[in-house]
Design a protein around this ligand. Structure first.
Ligand SMILES: C[S@@+](CC[C@H](N)C(=O)[O-])C[C@H]1O[C@@H](n2cnc3c(N)ncnc32)[C@H](O)[C@@H]1O
Length: 228
């Protein structure tokens, strides 16, 4: 049973947690870099236009499973504007990859914080990246997280969103990544985001499927904008 008082993923055993973070070291395409590549596919023009006119942006990565995520993100964003200055913060409720990112001298501000209660000012971020954080936390956390995203992102700010969705509410665990996944229908995610002032950018997602017996679950990697 999820503990409703603890934000973040359901509790893992120490061995499970090691396996969870270890998975992203050996499967880099399943870490944030893979999601960003999928997000870029249908959105090159939007991202080039949006980032092309910025000199400096504030960017937040919500949920960090691998130490190189902030570096990969900065390189990704600069591929749309090579002169872009990026003020990059990274949060996770578990310190594992954040600690490693400081060991590897990755340039960012790492913070241990729940996504539903962050220390940031209102309307601070231009870009917010949330790849599978909602999939990793219980259904009751989804709306508080989305509400917090709405508070800290600027009007017209962009959320680069990765979510796994299904025909109905489903939870499941994959043996290679021992964490409980929470999936809801895409239209339910859209409703939740729209309740907090966001709209999904039409045709922005590259839809892929989970492997093997999880094929019925689809991955949305696309853009959501604050405002409409
Ligand atoms: C699936 S992983 C992120 C995957 C992403 N592709 C990456 O490579 O970083 C989800 C991360 O979100 C964190 N997380 C889940 N729920 C959270 C919450 N409510 N607040 C903060 N972090 C959370 C987990 O600890 C985990 O590290």
């Amino acid at each position: 049973m999820p503990n409703l008082k603890t934000p973040g993923p359901d509790r893992m055993t120490p061995a499970g947690r090691k396996k969870f973070f270890g998975f992203y070291k050996t499967h880099r395409s399943r870490a944030l870099i893979g999601a960003l590549q999928d997000m870029a596919k249908n959105n090159r023009k939007t991202l080039t236009t949006y980032l092309g006119k910025c000199q400096k942006i504030n960017c937040l990565i919500m949920g960090c499973s691998h130490w190189a995520n902030p570096r990969d993100t900065a390189n990704f964003l600069r591929s749309f504007n090579k002169n872009l200055e990026i003020n990059l913060a990274v949060i996770d409720v578990l310190p594992d990859a954040l600690l490693e990112s400081t060991k590897h001298n990755v340039d960012c501000l790492p913070l241990i914080a729940p996504a539903q209660q962050t220390p940031f000012l209102d309307n601070y971020f231009d870009i917010l990246i949330s790849d599978c954080l909602l999939t990793c936390c219980s259904f009751d956390q989804h709306e508080p997280v989305i509400k917090e995203v709405a508070r800290i992102i600027k009007k017209r700010g962009l959320v680069l969103l990765g979510i796994v969705h299904s025909d109905k509410n489903i939870t499941f665990k994959m043996s290679e990544r021992p964490i409980k996944n929470y999936c809801r229908p895409l239209k339910d995610y859209q409703k939740l985001f729209s309740r907090h002032g966001f709209s999904f950018v039409p045709n922005s997602s590259t839809e892929t499927r989970l492997p093997g017996k999880w094929r019925q679950m689809r991955i949305f990697n696309g853009l959501v904008i604050k405002g409409n």
